[in-house]
Design a protein around this ligand. Structure first.
Ligand code: CTP
Ligand code: CA
Length: 224
């Protein structure tokens, strides 16, 4: 493997990968989170490292272990993830595979929220989290030359993902259909469409490992 790394097409390149969910505390014992195992981001980080890249792997609390050969930066919240990504810059490419919670508590409680006892329900106030992908994609100085997002959609997948790519200002978006009927969430396979400035390119249904290998190869090609 030492030879492979020394000669890999991404040797000397630095790639940032975000992965996993974020956890936004409600109080010391509860949190808001997205469903994400971290499997696709982990596979991608491993595939990039296997091509010789130095990988900064910024991960929320995932249910799969990080791949070998990457620099792991563990975070909990979206705000921490943004700070970790900014701290890892500059990079040749950045791939945002994390399922970031869109909202956090406006003010997380310092103490455990207790039941009122009379059936009265708590009302939680939210604040919107920073959009990490959009922040990096729209940097005026030091933007990575290749910025890639993921779009997990449950309907109108290509239309929503194409609009998302334009709105966020990223170069590529990897779109996938995560409607419950597909069984993709938590599964080992993924059916994605790569959307770039040349339009949507549907990929066949592949294992998450194979999606990762192909995407890593495309990144290597684009940076060559
Ligand atoms: N993303 C991010 N920071 C956020 C939200 C999303 O970096 N606060 C990134 C994700 O990692 C992914 C892409 O943006 O690469 C798209 O995430 P998604 O949740 O599909 O997009 P949103 O803009 O949050 O739109 P939606 O309302 O559909 O959730
Ligand atoms: Ca979202």
């Amino acid at each position: 493997t030492a030879d492979l790394l020394a000669s890999g097409p991404l040797r000397g390149r630095h790639v940032i990968v975000t992965s996993g969910p974020t956890h936004e505390p409600i109080d010391p014992v509860r949190y808001i989170a997205n469903r994400s195992s971290g499997a696709q981001g982990t596979a991608l980080a491993g595939a990039l490292a296997a091509l010789g890249a130095r990988v900064s792997f910024v991960t929320g609390p995932a249910s799969v272990p990080p791949p070998p050969g990457v620099d792991v930066i563990a975070v909990e919240t979206a705000c921490e993830m943004l700070a970790a990504v900014q701290g890892a810059l500059p990079a040749d490419a950045a791939v945002f595979a994390a399922a970031v919670a869109d909202w956090r508590m406006a003010e997380a409680r310092a103490q455990k929220l207790k039941k009122a006892g009379n059936g009265a329900l708590p009302v939680l106030q939210f604040a919107e989290n920073p959009d990490i992908l959009a922040t990096v994609a729209q940097m005026d100085h030091g933007r990575p030359p290749l910025v890639i997002g993921f779009a997990a959609e449950t309907e109108n997948v290509i239309a929503h993902a194409t609009a998302k790519r334009a709105r966020k200002g990223c170069d590529w978006i990897v779109a996938n259909d995560v409607s419950p009927a597909t069984g993709i969430m938590g599964g080992s396979d993924n059916t994605v469409t790569l959307i770039s400035d040349t339009g949507p390119e549907p990929w066949p249904s592949l294992s998450k490992t194979e999606v990762a290998r192909r995407l890593a190869a495309r990144i290597a090609e684009a940076l060559a």
